[in-house]
Design a protein around this ligand. Structure first.
Ligand code: SF4
Ligand code: SF4
Length: 295
């Protein structure tokens, strides 16, 4: 099963929840950080790195000797990455989306595939529940690179088949293209929020964005008790299950500051995380068996 931990906004504690789940997960597991613009799950899980490889995207390289400046490639490119200017064809590498269309189209064979580095893919292992070894993958976007979904797709292509191990995804925050890309293959989505007006606002956006995917959706209210009950009220109105309420705790904040996994060092977090894990598994199993899962 694939479980995606997401949030409508940053700073809700999404990675704290993901790391805690990874630490108590008692089945074969691969944890994945797809928050490629700002990956930080590794800071908590402290994986042993086994490989770090560049992730490349195929972009066109021009052979000026062959190019007749016919302009067909520039007319085809929807992203304006190619432009005939006077007696030359300009290739704007950073604007290319790697569709490969211009390479296939050029009648002179003047374009050949080159590689733009999107970022790096790190893989390794970390110690999960009971001392078991669990897999770890992380994408890290190159500074200045604008396109994260192609890198995320390359990370996802490396993941084991879910029959071999459950997969826990730390998704990018928000509801834009990278966030949807991270959760779209999941069997279950967990939305982490906080009981504040901002948390509620962005939770509404996340529900609006992710509910049409038709996957089991549950909410974790982090730092419960610091605000009001409007998040819980919204969840009741939307028939959304609140799968965990994690109390606002100095001990959790201190664990975070030390780079420790909260569920490993704070007993209440461990208890709440185990209960959350059970709710996630029930929801995913019910959904896969065709049952409608209600909160
Ligand atoms: S399609 Fe080929 S020949 Fe025509 S402008 Fe582009 S690169 Fe040059
Ligand atoms: S590969 Fe696609 S996106 Fe990139 S320059 Fe060619 S047509 Fe444009």
């Amino acid at each position: 099963m694939i479980y995606a931990i997401a949030s409508g906004k940053g700073g809700t504690g999404k990675t704290t929840v993901t790391a805690s789940l990874a630490a108590v997960w008692d089945r074969p597991l691969t944890a994945v950080d797809l928050d490629v613009e700002e990956p930080n799950l590794h800071l908590f899980l402290n994986p042993t790195t086994e490989a770090e490889t560049p992730a490349l995207m195929e972009t066109p390289v021009l052979d000026t000797e062959r190019c007749t400046l016919c302009g067909q490639c520039a007319a085809f490119c929807q992203f304006k990455a190619l432009s005939v200017m006077g007696k030359t064809l300009l290739v704007f590498q950073e604007m290319c989306h790697g569709c490969g269309g211009c390479l296939a189209l050029c009648p002179e064979g003047a374009l050949s595939p080159g590689g733009r580095e999107l970022g790096r893919i790190v893989s390794g292992h970390f110690q999960a529940a009971g001392g078991a070894q669990a897999g770890f993958f992380m994408g890290r976007l190159r500074v200045g690179e604008a396109m994260s979904p192609p890198l995320m797709r390359q990370v996802k292509a490396l993941l084991p088949k879910t029959a071999d191990a459950d997969i826990l995804i730390d998704s990018p925050p928000g509801v834009s293209c990278p966030a949807v890309n991270a959760v779209m293959d999941a069997d279950c989505i967990v939305l982490v929020t906080e009981p504040t007006p901002f948390g509620l606002h962005d939770l509404k956006l996340a529900v609006e964005a992710f509910r049409p995917l038709g996957k089991p959706l549950g909410v974790v209210v982090n730092r419960a008790g610091i605000g009001d009950e409007k998040v819980q009220q919204f969840c009741r109105e939307q028939n959304l299950g609140v799968w965990a309420e994690l109390p606002y705790s100095r001990a959790v904040a201190e664990a975070y500051a030390r780079g420790e996994v909260a569920a490993r060092v704070v007993p209440e977090m461990r208890t709440a995380t185990l209960a959350l894990m059970a709710r996630m598994r029930d929801a995913a199993a019910a959904s896969n068996s065709g049952e409608v899962h209600h909160a």
